[in-house]
Ligand binder design. Structure first.
Ligand code: ARG
Length: 496
């Protein structure tokens, strides 16, 4: 009996601690929704050096760049604090519409289609498109792209422009990718022949990769960058004023020189991988190890919280399944079948993107992750727990009933504790599964272990080393978990 109380108190305590940590975390990634606020939230796609990218030096997790400096200046001028959140480029405008952010700065060009959905500031920088390819391939003009595979970033004007080119030049096959560094990587590994990339961005990548070259595509249109706001935003006017001021005072020019004239990429130059060999060099990621290790607490927090809440939710569901009250049983079964019958990744995307629109609550990526994982693992655990309960010797129930112990007390004091002990190995399995699946939240922008590894890989143009390192971290975490579970199990058996 005492043991059960201790277990209950521990569980309560852990849940409380975890909840307070997670609300602390999620505070920093939430958009204030009214304008009577002191912080502005900017959303960007930090795959675009020197406009915006992660600075991984020294283990900081900072998004820096030309756009960020401009945003900071404007926010300061207008008396706001600035907060920056991220998403892939094609998710930026939807994020404005979902009121997740007050403005987008991502080297975004005001196009007529976009103008239908968002408002733009004046243009603060002009850019041209270029063809990026390996030097020895001699792909310099659009005619050279005939029958070639050409990479572009999904949802950008480069994608549109490439489609236009494909109407003029025969046989072009387009490949849309989510992030620019991925495109560069694909060129280097020979999976695509060339890519269409903006000049300033291309220059940075070519400086860091001496085997790459870029050639400007002659065109009468230049594409400018502007700041995007939700339709009707009262911020457009004040932002334009400050931008104008920055132009007049030549502050903008200074920032252009700061970010566009020298190599601002954190990358060291890298040659194409040798054909046939993997060419691993772990020394290149040593400076970024602290950055990647910072993903661990987040991953652990996420997993433990989801397991605890999932356990509670799973218990509730399993009790519904065995009550004998038909509608409850039916509901719990239907619930389980839906959550087990659809992909977790899909559930995650639905919860993250649909919640703000359905409820008006601006759910943070981390909260969406915990909620989805709780709902999902609750479904799996409910079956495990149900099995555990039904495996408890019938005699126990009968004895309790004949002694007049009420149903609730019997469940809580006698049956559930035994069931839990029996299903411990299954619970450990579930936890391990959740720990590894937590990598899925990287898709909605939580910088956990996998996402950190991808950021480092993108900055350094190396893929395998950071990924292998991330794999090692996961493996060590799972081993740690398995060990502690074994100890716990032994303790429980001894106390029998
Ligand atoms: N200027 C282009 C556009 O508006 C590409 C911008 C891509 N930006 C980024 N942060 N990846 O479509």
């Amino acid at each position: 009996m005492n043991q059960k109380k201790v277990w209950l108190l521990t569980m309560l305590f852990v849940t409380m601690v975890l909840t307070s940590i997670i609300t602390g975390y999620s505070h920093s990634v939430k958009a204030a929704s009214s304008l009577g606020k002191d912080t502005l939230t900017m959303i960007t796609s930090p795959d675009y050096p020197p406009y915006e990218f992660y600075d991984t030096k020294g283990g900081d997790r900072q998004i820096v760049g030309f756009d960020v400096d401009i945003a900071k200046t404007i926010a300061q001028e207008l008396g706001f604090k600035l907060q920056i959140i991220e998403s892939d480029f094609n998710g930026l405008i939807p994020a404005l519409q979902a009121k997740r952010a007050d403005f987008v700065m991502a080297g975004m060009t005001p196009t007529p289609e976009r103008q239908k959905n968002v408002d733009f500031s004046i243009i603060y920088y002009q850019a041209k498109d270029t063809i990026v390819a390996l030097k020895n391939r001699n792909l310099k003009q659009i005619q050279d792209l005939a029958f070639k595979k050409v990479g572009v970033q999904l949802g950008t004007i480069q994608e549109q422009n490439a489609q236009k080119i494909a109407q003029k030049v025969r046989g072009i096959e387009l490949k849309q990718l989510n992030r620019v560094p991925e495109i560069i990587q694909e060129i280097k590994s020979g999976r695509i022949d060339a890519a269409i990339v903006e000049d300033t961005v291309a220059r940075g990548f070519a400086q860091a990769n001496t085997d790459l070259e870029f050639n400007v595509i002659p065109s009468d249109e230049v594409s400018g960058s502007a700041i995007a706001f939700p339709k009707g935003s009262p911020l457009v006017e004040p932002f334009n004023k400050v931008l104008q001021q920055m132009k007049e005072k030549k502050e903008l020019e200074k920032l252009v020189t700061k970010w566009f004239s020298q190599t601002t990429l954190t990358a060291t130059s890298a040659e194409s991988p040798v054909k046939g060999g993997l060419n691993l060099d772990f020394t290149r990621i040593i400076p970024d190890i602290p950055f990647m290790l910072k993903g661990i607490p987040l991953t652990l927090l996420f997993t433990l919280l989801s397991v605890f809440l999932g356990l509670i939710w799973g218990t509730v569901l399993s009790l519904c399944k065995i009550t004998g009250i038909k509608p409850l049983t039916w509901l719990a079964n239907a619930y389980t079948s839906v959550f087990r019958g659809t992909p977790l990744l899909l559930q995650l995307a639905l919860v993250y993107y649909a919640t703000p629109q359905l409820t008006g609550y601006d759910i943070s990526a981390l909260e969406a992750g915990v909620l989805t994982f709780t709902l999902n693992s609750g479904a799996y655990m409910s079956e495990t727990i149900r099995g555990g309960i039904q495996a408890v010797d019938k005699g126990q129930t009968e004895a309790a009933m004949s002694m007049g112990v009420p149903y609730r007390l019997m469940m809580w004091d006698i049956i559930l504790p035994q069931a839990l002990k029996n299903i411990l190995p299954a619970l450990v399995n579930e936890t391990i599964g959740l720990l590894k699946d937590s990598a899925l939240v990287s898709t909605i922008g939580v910088v956990e272990i996998l996402r950190s590894a991808q950021i480092v890989g993108a900055n350094k143009y190396i893929y395998f080393e950071p990924l292998l390192f991330a794999g090692l971290i996961y493996y060590i975490l799972v081993m740690g978990l398995t060990r502690s579970a074994a100890v716990l199990e032994r303790k429980l058996r001894q106390s029998e």
